[in-house]
Design a protein around this ligand. Structure first.
Ligand SMILES: [Zn+2]
Length: 270
């Protein structure tokens, strides 16, 4: 599923093609995609607006439009955005956005959990998100502050978007492995050395994945249809039975708060 590195890649790929473009139309094949907006009004309010900028908040794509409106997209589990794909309408197509130069942006989503908002108040949609790991304010001291008093497993803490925004299942497992921390360890019980390592690991793991254009482990593909290759750098995520690169023991899979979690029981002791 798209996490911060995948959404960042989509944003970077799309920006050169869509910034400055005018929406000339939109077809929505699945009305559940559009949140809090009457569908006819969505068409008329979007058409004619120009894209001023495209940014990211956590795992949300935030597209600033002319006339004080913002289009916000979340891809959830299986959403992808494809620019001028050659495929015709199929079951997982949920919407097509059309631009004044003839370009089309297709929203595909096999599991149909993704969402789109058109709003004049961005904070209403993304205001509850925690700090972005690439925000300059995300320091070790800030990580200590936001973890303080939380007895939940560190894995669950990393997945909670209201504390840190953008980390999902794959990169949480990778960061904890990098830092040598057991996924069930209570967030509040991390030593200062562990917190320090975790902070560095989060940044490193996400940066490496962005450099690799995201991980194509499921349906993720870039807007041009290319795959990402971050999955080839994974040490534990989706690696059950593979051997740990540090100690040679098999990577384990456990469930933490309903999420499949991969780790090395020797390198990440509880
Ligand atoms: Zn190991």
């Amino acid at each position: 599923m798209p996490e911060l590195p995948e959404v960042e890649t989509i944003k970077n790929d799309l920006s050169q093609y869509i910034i400055g473009r005018l929406f000339t139309g939109v077809s929505v094949y699945d009305e559940k995609l559009i949140q809090q907006y009457q569908i006819g009004l969505f068409y008329s309010d979007l058409t004619g607006r120009r894209i001023v900028d495209i940014t990211r908040r956590g795992k949300y794509l935030v597209i600033l439009l002319s006339g004080e409106k913002t289009l916000i997209l979340h891809l959830m589990m299986t959403g992808s955005l494809l620019l001028n794909p050659e495929i015709k309408y199929e079951r997982s197509s949920r919407a097509v956005f059309r631009f004044d130069n003839g370009d089309k942006l297709l929203y595909m989503d096999r599991r149909r959990l993704g969402r789109v908002w058109l709003t004049d108040d961005v904070e209403l949609i993304v205001g509850k998100l925690g700090i972005d790991p690439f925000n300059a304010g995300f320091t070790v001291e800030e990580l200590i502050r936001i973890m303080w008093g939380h007895d939940m497993p560190i894995k669950a803490f990393l997945l909670d978007q209201t504390y840190i925004a953008g980390i999902g299942n794959m990169y949480a497992d990778e960061a904890l492995y990098d830092a040598g921390i057991h996924p069930m360890k209570k967030a509040s019980s991390l030593s200062s050395m562990e917190t320090d390592k975790l902070h560095t690991a989060i940044i490193n793991v996400l940066e490496t994945a962005i450099d690799s254009k995201g991980a194509s482990v499921d349906t993720y593909q870039r807007p041009g249809g290319e795959m990402g290759y971050a999955q080839f750098n994974f040490r534990v995520a989706h690696q059950k039975g593979a051997l740990c690169m540090r100690c040679g023991n098999p990577v384990q899979r456990i469930i933490v708060r309903n999420r499949g979690t991969y780790y090395c029981s020797y390198c990440q002791k509880q």
